[in-house]
Design a protein around this ligand. Structure first.
Ligand code: ACO
Length: 157
């Protein structure tokens, strides 16, 4: 897939369309949690031949600042640059809207995600201590590491 193809394949999901829970569940534990965190959000999908390969969810923090609540890429298509592209696309679109910052959070267990977000220019600005311990009924592990804190990263636009 070349970059022009990818750009043309990103679109906002209409409110009448099905939420791609299958993909979002790669980034979150349960549908209940997704529903709790995506209120008032816009969902963007990368679609190829009527199949959704990637998704990100944008939620306004206030009039000037926005957060990427979730990002996920179909497991079969991970590691091919789609996640990087979607983050860069979200940053570009937020700049076009005249916003001041874009924020993203991930578990302290998500080392690869942290690297990815820093690679596209996000910087750590806050740590929500014990976020996963306090907000989830079961412990969450990723690659054998317990998720304890939520690491918050931000990029100035
Ligand atoms: N998980 C995390 N990072 C990965 C994975 C993986 N399974 N596979 C590859 N990477 C690394 C790559 O090494 C690459 O690093 P490099 O550029 O230095 O080579 C980097 O991540 C980016 O690779 P991309 O191909 O651009 O990213 P990809 O298309 O795989 O998407 C994403 C990254 C969204 C994290 C994807 O792997 C995924 O959906 N993971 C499961 C869901 C998830 O963890 N979402 C984020 C939770 S936090 C949140 O939603 C705000």
């Amino acid at each position: 897939m070349n970059s022009n193809d990818i750009t043309e394949s990103v679109r906002k999901l209409h409110t009448y369309e099905k939420i791609p829970y299958d993909l979002l569940l790669l980034a979150e534990e349960t549908i209940e949690a997704i529903d709790k965190y995506i209120k008032d959000s816009e969902i963007f999908v990368l679609e190829k031949k009527n199949k959704i390969l990637g998704v990100y969810v944008l939620q306004p923090i206030d009039e000037r600042n926005i957060e990427i609540k979730y990002i996920a890429v179909d497991e079969k298509f991970q590691g091919q640059g789609i996640g990087t592209f979607l983050l860069e696309y979200a940053i570009f679109e937020a700049k076009k809207r005249g916003l001041e910052t874009i924020t993203i959070g991930t578990g302290d267990c998500g080392i690869k995600q942290l690297q990815l977000y820093q690679k596209v220019g996000f910087e750590i600005f806050d740590v929500k201590k014990n976020f996963f311990v306090d907000n989830y009924p079961e412990p969450i592990y990723e690659n054998g590491r317990l998720c304890r804190d939520m690491v918050m990263l931000q990029k100035q636009l």
